[in-house]
Design a protein around this ligand. Structure first.
Ligand code: GLY
Ligand code: MN
Ligand code: MN
Length: 455
């Protein structure tokens, strides 16, 4: 199926929004954040709710959506800006590109605020502007209220499932991320430090004029879940945990993790654990289908990992009982995955509004508290499946944890797996009418196939 033109897609999205709310919505794009002085800025990223309805990453702009109409508020470029930034499109040209019904300078927005709802942006300057213009606190995350909360819920219900235009972009992000991972594997034997593998991967993403969707993780210390350091030497015997994903120019993300041996061959202990994580990954993906509870998929991963660890002699007891007491979380302390879309953890700026179905709250159980998605699956949702095994010192050396699980873990046996600090395998899975489609399937994940790619 082909995607609609951008103006058609955007019109369709705002018509759907108009069916859900009977008040105007104003969404701000956000602004550049200075790095160390105003003219030297961090890379710009437009707010995702804005992007969803405006289609392109405008800066210092706002859109007003009412009854299916789109008004664009943006200033024409300052005459001096051409010297530094080149010619940029006029307000009218941008309005035509995105199919706006009307366009005005930013200063006129003040006349269109009555009864309007919004959701907060991330940069403090724009957030202050939102709060001042609307004359109320636009509180973040789980603190939204009134019409702002109603708007957030309406946007969530649209963004939870992806239209064809979004899917075209999401597939592009997935394809480029697959290529980046292959480049990372190919670069490993020629690299001495993590940073060189990262550079080879991000070169592929940048070469497609994309950016990374989140800070890349390329580490021999996979036990640090979101490790953002790249200075460690990579040596034979190490496993490299690599979580890198691309983001397209209009903001759509991919999120892939592979774990591979620096030497090109898994040790027998590494392969034993790898195969357990892969078994959990495969079982979860096989069970993705409309109507299935994502929380059940998480528990399935916990069960498969626990069974594997019992079979290896690392955990002791009946797997079902072990999962009930969260013993799996000693080694798999995070959730099985999350929503993916314009954000790598899609709509997490709204707290759990997107991830948790109406009326559901996060559990505070050790094995469930990091579960980011707890809803029945629907066709058009894109989710990650990312089981893992980690030996996190902060968990395994915690005296309270140690005493609670003392008899459940064969600590001596665990010592034999010291060369497995962290393994994660992550793919992006689209829920379809009949089941699922793995958008990142072109990147192999079996231990044998990975070893082959490393040769
Ligand atoms: N890349 C972050 C995550 O997998 O959730
Ligand atoms: Mn992920
Ligand atoms: Mn990831």
């Amino acid at each position: 199926m082909t995607a609609n033109s951008l103006p058609e897609t955007l019109r369709h999205r705002r018509q759907k929004l108009a069916q859900l709310i009977d008040f105007p919505a104003i969404l701000w794009s956000g602004a550049n954040s200075p790095r160390n002085f105003p003219a030297n800025t961090f890379p710009y990223r437009a707010n995702s709710h804005f992007l969803y309805f405006a289609g392109i990453p405008l800066q210092n702009a706002a859109i007003r959506l009412e009854a299916g109409n789109l008004q664009l508020f943006i200033d024409d470029p300052d005459p001096s800006s051409a010297l530094w930034h080149g010619e940029t499109p006029t307000r009218e040209e941008i309005a035509e590109k995105i199919g706006a019904n009307d366009t005005r300078p930013m200063a006129e927005l003040a006349a269109y605020l009555e009864n309007a709802a919004t959701v907060p942006v991330q940069d403090a300057g724009t957030w202050t502007q939102q709060t001042q213009l609307l004359e109320r606190w636009i509180l973040p995350k789980n603190q939204l209220e009134g019409i702002d909360l109603d708007l957030a819920k309406a946007i969530v219900s649209l963004r939870l499932t992806h239209d064809q235009t979004a899917l075209v972009e999401l597939r592009k992000a997935a394809d480029v991320s697959v290529q980046a991972h292959k480049a990372g594997m190919a670069a490993t034997s020629k690299s001495n430090v993590e940073a060189q593998v990262r550079a080879a991967m991000e070169a592929v993403i940048m070469g497609h004029n994309m950016t990374t969707a989140y800070t890349s993780i390329v580490t021999v210390h996979g036990e640090v879940l979101h490790n953002g350091h790249y200075h460690h030497p990579i040596e034979p015997g190490d496993l490299l945990l690599v979580d890198v994903g691309a983001e397209t120019q209009t903001g759509w993300a991919a999120d892939i993790t592979r774990t591979w041996p620096v030497s090109g061959k898994f040790s027998s202990t590494q392969r034993d654990i790898y195969d357990i994580v892969l078994a959990a990954h495969d079982a979860c993906i096989e069970n993705i289908a409309p109507g299935v509870e994502y929380g059940e998929i998480h528990l399935l991963a916990a069960t498969v990992i626990t069974e594997g660890l019992v079979n290896l002699g690392i955990l002791r007891g009946n797997p079902e009982d072990l999962v009930k007491t969260d013993a799996h979380a000693l080694f798999f302390p995070h959730g099985i995955g999350h929503l993916l879309g314009l954000d790598v953890h899609d709509m997490e700026d709204l707290g759990d509004l997107a991830g948790y179905d109406e009326g559901r709250k996060r559990s505070d159980r050790f094995g469930l508290s990091y579960l980011r998605l707890n809803r029945p699956l629907r066709p058009g949702m894109l989710v990650t499946i990312e089981p893992g095994f980690y030996q996190v010192p902060a968990i395994l050396n915690d005296p309270k944890v140690k005493s609670q699980y003392q008899s459940r873990v064969n600590w001596q046996r665990l010592e034999q797996f010291a060369d497995v600090r962290g393994i994660r395998i992550e793919d992006d899975v689209l829920v379809t009418e009949s089941g699922r489609e793995v958008l990142t399937a072109a990147l192999p994940n079996s231990a044998n196939a990975i070893e082959e790619l490393l040769t």
